[in-house]
Design a protein around this ligand. Sequence first.
Ligand code: M6R
Length: 611
Amino acid sequence: MCGIVGYAGGRQALGIVVDGLRRLEYRGYDSAGVAIVDEGELTALKKAGKLANLEKVLADEAVKGVTGIGHTRWATHGGPTDRNAHPHLSVDGRIAIIHNGIIENFSALRAELTAGGIEFASDTDSEVVAHLIAAQGGDLTQAMLAVCQRLEGAFTLLAVSADQPGVVVGARRNSPLVVGRGKGENFLASDVSAFIEHTREAVELGQDQIVTITPDSIDVIGFDGKAAVGRDYHVDWDASAAEKGGYDWFMLKEIAEQPGVLADTLRGRLTEAGEIALDEVRLTDQDLRDVDKIFIVACGTAYHAGLVTKYAIEHWTRIPCEVELASEFRYRDPVLDRSTLVIAISQSGETMDTIMALRHAKTQKARVLAICNTNGSTIPRESDAVLYTRGGPEVAVASTKAFLTQVAACYLVGLHLAQVRGIKFTDEVAAIVAELQAIPAKVEQVLSTMEPVRELARELAGAPTVLFIGRHVGYPVALEGALKLKELAYIHAEGFAAGELKHGPIALIDQGTPVVCVVPSPRGRSILHDKVVSNIQEVRARGARTIVIAEEGDEAVAQFADDLIYVPQTPTLLAPLVTTVPMQVLAAEMAHTLGHDVDQPRNLAKSVTVE
Ligand code: M6R
């Protein structure tokens, strides 16, 4: 939700800020703007729409200055218009601020400022900050401190002042902000991708902290005004990881990266003896032995990853495992205690619904384990333990490699729990581990056979609705397939448990309605397989066009498939790691055929930092 960049150095700030915004545009693309300070002058330019619109404006302007801030917006308060785009300025135009998050007490603050004679230039919650900082006057850091003490809600703020060239002040509460430490220049951003081409040395800030950067200094204080210290870390991927690398869309690149990142998720976490080694998870074996209940909390695709892994976790550990939408979790007062393990899954580590769910779990004394892709983000910081998924930067809004790596990481946790608790013998764990290690090659194989799926997507592009069905682990895969199609192709798509169709949804089937059917392996779980084959026949008898995803060698289902997509044979519990991939390709190609922006679907943002 909103991308933020700040720069203080010796080079021209505009290009650096705009390049940073380009890398952060996935966080929001309703409008964009910059403010640049040069020798006592402040220039602010902003424009509704994608960053390209702002760049057109900038092309006609000569904006000089070595200090600047920039913002790309996902609208919350106030529509996506020029006037609501950030930065927002003080009345005299000498202070500019940008904001990510929601200032919950903005109405009261706005009323107070209006009563004092301030005329607002936007409908946003954010603008109050510019006026409050101006009202404080004096040093920008001290003014920011005084203002933050009055704000409620979640925010990352950056401010520059025409009166303090060479200084950018940032503040964070429950919203992301990292510092990039350069040589003779420093950076602020929502995430490291904004400055990774300039420096890989970063400083992680804590909650409720203010940071002041100049070309040569980074100073941190808490909202209590006391000096504080950020945590230095080195970013272990480079700028090329955040580029499209020859693909038309980030999403296509990220789909293609899946075999490699899955291997990374597993790397070093399996000993030669076939045991799971999760040393970095800061939970002791005794902690894990004490667990008597597991809750997985997450949102969207990460929630589907949780639903998929519940089957394996319960089967392998015999511990009851519930999966909950993070946005619902705390409102129903779940029964949690010291023996409950809450697993919070999040690619970004900044999803506010998941943060609030984990905070609730901690108040109830449950232990929280984060499954996260983003080093140093809020969710791992606030959890008792973390297992990083090592997916590398995921830029496309639609999650793909994050999903597969989240599932793989959860499998590792499940196996680790089973091993520590003595429920599975080493050789049993080793056998599953061997199957897991074979998955990257299987995903590679799926990817090499996707041309017919792309052709199918082009054919289906006019369909008003597409349904997805599956049973057991195939059910959450169906939900994920439908989510991908909804968010990218903007058509009605729904996933169902195949057995539920006859209780209502089968009425949706009309002549030619495409139904994507996820078929379990006939080996080992033939009862499951046979039931899904029956469900396929039921929808076909009512006119559906059946698009069947089945494992190689499954000839029984072939006769009921209008379109058949074979994937390599995989044990039932691990099958989602291969059956999800054709659905990702289908959704991306359909969106492309329909002329949609595959990486930045409408109304969405990559990182949802509001509740
Ligand atoms: O960063 P997170 O994994 O916490 O994000 C959760 C969801 O917002 C996310 O998975 C979303 O549903 C996907 N972008 C959909 O493709």
